[in-house]
Design a protein around this ligand. Structure first.
Ligand code: TYM
Length: 379
């Protein structure tokens, strides 16, 4: 059987991704032990996603730490394309961003690209639909626990006056051949999506514009968003801004074989709004790194590297490194069977969903304090 060649773009992630190759291909840097040590000293502790290599790549992270060591504040920027319910995959970078916000007391711009999801992939949703998902996703963002007053949820069509003007400044410096090379647009692409990368660049510079001086910006996201930052970094000096820095995560795998967890393939995904029964059903039916029979599993052991059940523990659900190691050892040694492991994970996922859904309900009361409008920027 030939291995499917992996594809990683902002709109598609398929196949088994070789993250080391991706670093080479995208021209980013690996997160070294030295950088981890610096983050640990600055933050007081390393998030499990750093300890376990979930966040594995960066651009200019050393510079962000230099700036911090000089006592200068940096800002954070991340986002969501509101095209459907939030998955626990989306929450991987959000949970990490919350850690950064807490440890560095950073202001966070959180963009919701309702325009993007109406433009791409074709035929796109109506703006009415993407605005509906903007509010739904915003509840998950607030429920993640970001700080009130330090977190601005910026939806593109709600803040159009502010964002559009700056996007025009960005767009002036980007040629069609550049976006074509970065994003692989074909001639059939609509003109909206060709312009859109300028909109996604803007929040990296918004704070600098707001306060009238350059503020360093760090963007935590999975590595699929990197093409946007290549473009943003290219034009930043032309507009007099610092180049935004990035820290990139791997993808939480889907529950089906191959590819990332994706909202557009519902059986591959656990949604934050799933009930306990639905979540458990999907976990029970999931692909694993296990063998065809119990006898083989006992004799040969499973493969935690390719197993979503193990990876969910590693990315999100097992905070204790020693317990995770023990699970890995029992899986490799054939002691732990997939059914048993699925059962254990389903319990942890149910507990996570219950408390997230409670906070999501509470978020309804405060949502409008987080979702900013143009007026905020013209005060
Ligand atoms: P979107 O909505 O596709 O994804 C939202 C965030 O989730 C990350 N992500 C994942 N991370 C780990 N495992 C997965 N399976 C997984 N699937 C998605 C994405 O990398 C992203 O961080 N165009 C963007 C919206 C956006 C944005 C930004 C994202 C606007 N500005 C700044 C990050 C940073 C989008 O459609 O994201």
């Amino acid at each position: 059987m030939t291995e499917e060649r992996p594809i990683v773009t902002p709109w598609q992630v398929t196949g088994r991704v070789d993250y080391e190759k991706l670093i080479e291909q995208f021209g980013t840097e690996p997160i070294t032990g030295e950088l981890l040590g610096r983050i640990e000293r600055a933050a007081g502790e390393l998030h499990l996603q750093l300890r376990r290599g979930v966040f594995f790549s960066h651009r200019d992270l050393g510079w962000i730490l230099d700036v911090h060591e000089r006592g200068v504040k940096f800002g954070l920027y991340t986002g969501r394309g509101p095209s459907g319910p939030t998955t626990i995959g989306h929450m991987v970078p959000w949970i990490f961003t919350k850690y950064l916000q807490d440890k560095f007391d950073a202001k966070l711009y959180f963009q919701l690209t309702d325009d993007e999801k109406s433009l791409w992939p074709p035929p796109g949703m109506s703006l009415e639909e993407t605005r509906f998902w903007t509010r739904e996703n915003a509840l998950d963002i607030v429920a993640t626990g970001f700080k009130r007053g330090k977190t601005l949820l910026v939806a593109d069509t709600l803040c159009a006056r502010t964002l559009y003007g700056m996007a025009v400044e960005v767009a002036k410096h980007v040629t069609y051949s550049t976006v074509k090379a970065i994003f692989g647009f074909e001639d059939s692409a609509n003109i909206g999506i060709i312009f859109f990368p300028a909109m996604q660049a803007v929040p990296a510079f918004l704070e600098s514009r707001l306060v009238g001086k350059n503020v360093p910006c760090l963007i935590p996201a999975a590595i699929d968003q990197d093409p946007y930052w290549r473009m943003a970094r290219d034009i930043a000096p032309k507009l007099g801004f610092f180049k935004p820095a990035q820290i990139h995560s791997k993808f939480l795998p889907g529950l089906l074989a191959g590819g990332k967890m994706s909202a557009s393939i519902p059986e591959s995904a656990i949604f934050t709004t799933d009930g306990e029964v639905a979540a458990k059903r999907k976990i029970v039916n999931a692909f694993t790194g296990g063998r065809a029979t119990v006898e083989e599993q006992r004799r040969l052991g499973g493969d935690p590297e390719i197993c979503p059940i193990f990876q969910y523990e590693l990315f999100l659900f097992e905070p204790d490194d020693a317990k995770l190691e023990d699970t890995k050892r029992r899986c490799l040694g054939g002691e732990l069977l997939c059914g048993e492991h699925k059962e254990a994970l389903a319990g942890k996922v149910a507990a996570f969903l219950r408390s997230h859904q409670e906070r999501r309900e509470e978020a309804k009361e405060v949502l409008d304090e987080f979702l900013v409008k143009d007026e905020y920027f013209s005060k």
